[in-house]
Design a protein around this ligand. Structure first.
Ligand code: PCA
Length: 214
């Protein structure tokens, strides 16, 4: 059994992307499953293709796509991917789609089958700030997440896929002129490991209250 993790290359003028740097710190196996890590590009046209090629090549049982969400507090497993692109900045190919579908004619949105509330509970128990997110944005991360869930729903229903947004790494935040929340790469990697252990152990999520009131 394999767990595929993907992280992105740096974008938006950053020197590193914590989503891929943290993957380098993961162990070789998690819960008895082999860990496979692949870097994908922060581009609308290639990112999703690279992810799906890695799924095809490695045939994992679980897929975690990981992306940087600078400015967010803590680690955020994502619940929903939407079929919409609205890029505030050009991607690493200089492409800036505005107001178009990820997959023409696809469902408006897909929910992950990952137990996101359990993941958050366990991350917090380990002392890592975390919360469930109900928007992965409208940039490349949401695009790749939607492509993953569309693939699962239309072609590979037994595959379990999810997306986790991570905040700036401490070394990135230290270079910013205004303060921003951050975590160490070690804490981010620990949270990703906990997410994978939780996904392997549980097929269903908690039914405890969560969500937002705004
Ligand atoms: N974060 C961006 C794309 C690549 C990344 O790491 C996003 O949240 O869309």
């Amino acid at each position: 059994m394999k767990i595929l993790f993907t992280g992105f290359d740096p974008f938006g003028g950053e020197a590193l992307n914590p989503s891929y740097e943290a993957l380098k710190l993961l162990p070789e196996t998690i819960a008895g499953a082999e860990v496979v890590r692949v870097e994908i590009s922060t581009t609308f046209q290639r990112g999703g293709e690279e992810l799906l090629a890695a799924v095809e090549r490695h045939q994992p049982s679980w897929v975690f796509c990981v992306g940087q969400a600078g400015g967010r507090f803590g680690v955020m497993p994502e619940f929903v991917a939407i079929n919409y692109r609205d890029a505030r900045i050009p991607d690493n190919d200089g492409f800036q789609p505005i107001g178009e579908a990820v997959v023409a004619g696809g469902e408006n949105a897909y929910f992950t089958a990952m137990p996101v509330k359990r993941m958050v509970q366990r991350m917090r128990e380990a002392g890592i700030p975390a919360s469930v997110s109900y928007t992965a944005g409208t940039y490349v991360c949401n695009d790749v997440f939607y492509r993953l869930l569309h693939h699962i729903h239309t072609r590979q229903p037994k595959l379990i896929g999810g997306f986790i947004h991570v905040p700036y790494a401490d070394e990135q935040a230290a270079k910013l002129t205004s303060p921003a929340p951050s975590l160490s790469l070690a804490a981010i990697a620990r949270a990703l490991q906990i997410a994978a252990e939780t996904a392997v152990a549980f097929r269903t999520d908690l039914t405890e209250a969560g969500g937002e009131i705004h």
